[in-house]
Design a protein around this ligand. Structure first.
Ligand code: NAG
Ligand code: NAG
Ligand code: NAG
Length: 818
């Protein structure tokens, strides 16, 4: 061995010996933990010690996951008083105070515990439990009580088992305040807390105003909360009694799940995914849309994210300041059209599908029935509304409002609200209500009327198109295109038309490989030999410039092995062209639904396709905090590469789901019938759960090799979903599987896939799992939840839907009017 390698070896050894560090489990009074030491929880899940966040050099005492190399800090002690060097120490004083000392032995942070029962034999100890809770307790034989615990003082994270709420006896309240930035754990400008006044709710505020509210607990979950309950992975619990009020989640399986408040004002449930070695959003605490803002539509106004303007007055109310309402600003709220007259009798009007108004000044009684509740409200002239407080078992309990009703959002909630109205108002609204009902009934039953609508619609559409043509050709707005080019497309290569023409033999017919919603698709070979797919916007395309630019913007920054890769674009005069990587095996529908070719797809390949699609969609839904909803997932949009790996394509209809610009909401229902869920087809509401639905259809199609839309079966009229559901309930799910898979399949995996597919196509969006659950369910072994009946399971329901919703937005709005 020469001397150089000797020196290198020596210095390595020196470095390894370096600073002495110790791993402890428990420390007792007067013991200290130095900066380089750590305390590890008994089951090895969590670790406590000093750390420096991000780029900062400051030292903080914190708790993080031991098993996740990522350094996810879940609790910080001295978030406002960092130590600037490595001289910090943690000490447990004899009276049970946890203290952090700096190099000069000054206490810079203390848990401020005061022990009332103090005796000579107290033996204080501190220990990090495997729940991530740091607990100080007195270990003397007589008195083993908890003196202090970090779970009572959350920072920006709620861990499983942690109570988030208020102790009504001591007054101690937990709140979550985000870090200022990833480099700085000191308190940011937002505060999330549970307000126990009236009927408990969760609020988020900045230093001036309340920003968001998460509605009252309805027996299963908080209204408006986008976390499912029940869920296969966790259980939500809400406890409300004389001593405490809190909200808590517990894990059902051993995964890493936490609720985290971001440096902006959002809160999300995050789950650690080993396969991607990262945290993924399991669910948002609340939709951050325009209706999310507290009191967006003022008193007695209700907000609907799919409507423009967003605000509408409740039945029996009119805008307080009509001028403002005309300018689409409803924050001043509404006033009664007719004054109440309590003595000679008022009535109540039922309002369904809303998140309840603010309950901070409400009263409740859990043992009353709805009738008793109504009587209680009727008796008190100040009572403005009542409702069941619990939706379980058909509804129970009573909630009473005594104030203006504020912050009502139209949302798919199953709890009815009864608002007080003047008796005369009620008679009128009943009349007009019946009228709408008649119209709706006529529309949904009479096919003649539908036919008429379809004709009208076709005319409108023709007219519109003619109109477009008059304004010049479809995409001759070069100025706009150029500005988009400069702002959004810096990183995406630009191809000259010349180059594309050369690659595709001047867009020769022989190179044409398909026809998308967008226009023709050609195969091309670039000069360097790379095969590409060239998608050209045709002038007759139903998708226009908006979709084209949308696709570019959406996909330009996405990188995932299950998304087709956009290589570049070309804009030349009237030509709009996108260049993609070429997929040898074309699209899933051409393989799956072709008798001969489907033989090529054995079970492992199909399972790989199902998993790949799921991961691709998961990535879209969680792309760097922007949620992208594809909205047009179908077999024709799943491309297959040479190894039959699925890649999702066609982002023309995708929407970034953040902050919603008011004018890009779904004025039109777009998508492909057979793949879109009821709430979208009929109500125009789309969410990540619409994609989950489409994914479910894709799973069932992949397993069965049959198209949902064209499915037929001798025994009944159900479509593929209905057929799958029928078989599932009879315990014959395996019969759904395509014959050609007999030799290659693993029954348990097939059954699991079918069950996941059925869970995804359930009628109610909230019953459907998130994509993250789907990914986890597909790879895990645990017991899956039982699916409920799917949406659109029969031919008839589908036919009705198609005839109804191929009619444009006007018609849909009409049908949706309640
Ligand atoms: C402990 O008390 C001191 C003095 O009242 C206060 O400045 C500090 O913020 C308290 N520490 C905690 C963790 O509440
Ligand atoms: C607590 O006290 C018991 C005996 O009284 C002792 O065996 C145990 O080690 C103590 N625990 C800690 C964490 O010091
Ligand atoms: C709740 O209502 C029940 C039935 O009306 C009544 O007996 C009970 O006293 C009420 N409880 C409270 C706390 O008001």
């Amino acid at each position: 061995m020469d001397s150089w390698s000797m020196i290198i070896l020596l210095s390595c050894a020196l470095f390894l010996i370096g600073p002495t560090s110790a791993t402890l489990d428990t420390i007792s009074a007067n013991q200290t933990v130095k900066d380089e030491d750590t305390i590890v929880s008994d089951g090895n899940l969590y670790e406590l010690g000093f750390f420096s966040p991000g780029k900062s050099k400051n030292r903080y005492l914190g708790i993080w996951y031991k098993k996740i190399s990522y350094g996810t800090v879940v609790w910080v002690a001295n978030r406002e008083t960092p130590i600037t060097d490595r001289s910090g120490m943690l000490r447990l004083s004899r009276d049970g105070n946890l203290q952090i000392l700096n190099g000069g032995s000054t206490v810079i942070w203390s848990s401020n515990t005061t022990v009332s029962t103090w005796s000579n034999d107290t033996a204080m100890v501190v220990r990090l439990l495997d729940t991530g809770n740091l607990v100080v307790w007195d270990n003397s034989s007589r008195n083993q009580s908890v003196i202090w615990q970090s779970f009572d003082y959350p920072v920006n994270t709620v861990l499983p088992g942690m109570k988030f709420g208020k102790n009504l006896v001591t007054g101690r309240e937990s709140s979550l305040i985000p870090w200022k930035s990833p480099d700085d754990p000191s308190p940011g400008p937002y505060r999330h807390w549970m307000d126990p006044n009236g009927y408990p709710q969760i609020f988020v505020r900045d230093d001036k105003v309340i920003l968001f509210r998460v509605g009252p607990w309805n027996g299963l979950k908080f209204q408006g909360l986008l976390l499912a309950n029940p869920d296969p992975f966790y259980k939500l619990e809400f406890v409300f009694n004389e001593e405490e009020v809190y909200y808590r989640f517990e894990l059902k399986t051993s995964i890493f799940l936490r609720i985290h408040v971001m440096p902006d004002d959002t809160a999300a449930m995050l789950s650690w995914i080993d396969q991607i070695q990262d945290w993924a959003v399991y669910g948002f605490a609340k939709a951050k849309d325009n209706c999310g803002r507290y009191g967006q539509c003022g008193a007695y106004g209700s907000c609907n994210i799919t409507r423009y303007p967003l605000c509408k007055c409740l039945v029996g109310f009119k805008p307080r300041v009509p001028d403002e309402w005309d300018k689409a600003n409803g924050s001043s709220g509404c006033v009664r059209k007719r004054a109440l007259d309590c003595r000679s009798g008022d009535g109540f009007k039922k309002i369904s599908g809303v998140i309840f108004p603010d309950t901070r000044r409400s009263r409740y009684n859990h043992s009353m029935t709805l009738l008793e509740c109504e009587m209680a409200c009727r008796r008190n002239c100040n009572c403005t509304a009542y409702a069941n407080s619990d939706i379980r078992n058909g509804g129970s309990g009573c909630l009473l409002w005594f104030d203006e009703l504020i912050d009502i959002t139209e949302y798919d909630e199953k709890q009815d609200l009864y608002i007080r109205l003047a008796a005369s108002e009620l008679v009128d609204s009943q009349l007009s209500f019946n009228k709408t009902k008649i119209v709706t009934a006529a529309v949904s039953t009479s096919s003649a009327v539908l036919l008429l609508f379809a004709v009208v619609y076709a005319c409108i559409k023709k007219k519109r198109r003619a109109h477009m043509k008059e304004r010049g050709n479809w995409y001759g707005r070069n100025k706009k295109i150029n500005s988009v080019h400069i702002e959004d497309l810096d990183e995406l290569p630009f191809f000259s038309l010349n180059k594309i023409a050369k690659a595709t033999n001047d867009f020769s017919f022989n190179n044409k490989i398909g026809e998308g919603g967008f226009g023709p698709v050609y195969k091309g070979v670039l000069e360097d030999g790379q095969e590409v797919a060239v998608k050209k916007l045709s002038e007759t395309s139903q998708q226009g410039l908006e979709e084209f630019m949308n696709e570019i913007r959406t996909i330009a920054k996405l990188q995932h092995r299950n998304l087709v890769k956009l290589l570049g674009y070309c804009i030349h005069g009237n030509e709009l062209i996108l260049i993609y990587e070429y997929m040898t095996n074309n699209s899933l529908d051409l393989v799956l639904f072709d008798e001969a070719r489907s033989m090529m797809l054995d079970w492992p390949q199909r399972f790989n396709i199902i998993n790949g699609m799921a991961r691709g969609i998961l990535y879209l839904h969680q792309d760097s905090r922007l949620q992208i909803i594809h909205r047009d997932l179908k077999a024709g949009n799943i491309l297959l590469d040479a190894d039959m790996n699925p890649k999702i394509s066609d982002f023309g209809l995708a929407r970034k789901f953040v902050g919603f610009d008011t004018d890009t909401k779904t004025k039109k229902v777009v998508g492909t019938y057979g793949y879109i869920p009821p709430e979208y087809a009929v109500g125009g509401r789309f969410s990540v759960k619409s994609d989950v639905y489409s994914f479910g259809v894709l799973v069932l199609e992949t397993v069965s090799g049959k198209r949902n839309r064209e499915f037929s079966y001798d025994g009944h009229n159900d479509n593929l979903l209905g057929h799958a559901w029928r078989l599932y309930r009879q315990g014959r799910s395996i019969e759904l599987m395509s014959e050609s898979l007999r030799g290659s399949c693993i029954d348990s995996k097939v059954l699991r896939s079918i069950q996941v597919g059925l869970l995804c196509v359930q009628h109610h969006a909230e019953d459907r799992p998130t994509m993250l659950s789907v990914v986890l369910m597909l790879v895990s072994e645990g017991v899956l939840p039982q699916p409920k009946q799917p949406a659109f399971f029969s031919e008839q329901s589908r036919a009705e839907l198609e005839s109804v919703s191929s009619v444009d937005d006007y018609m849909i709005t009409l049908l949706y009017a309640r």
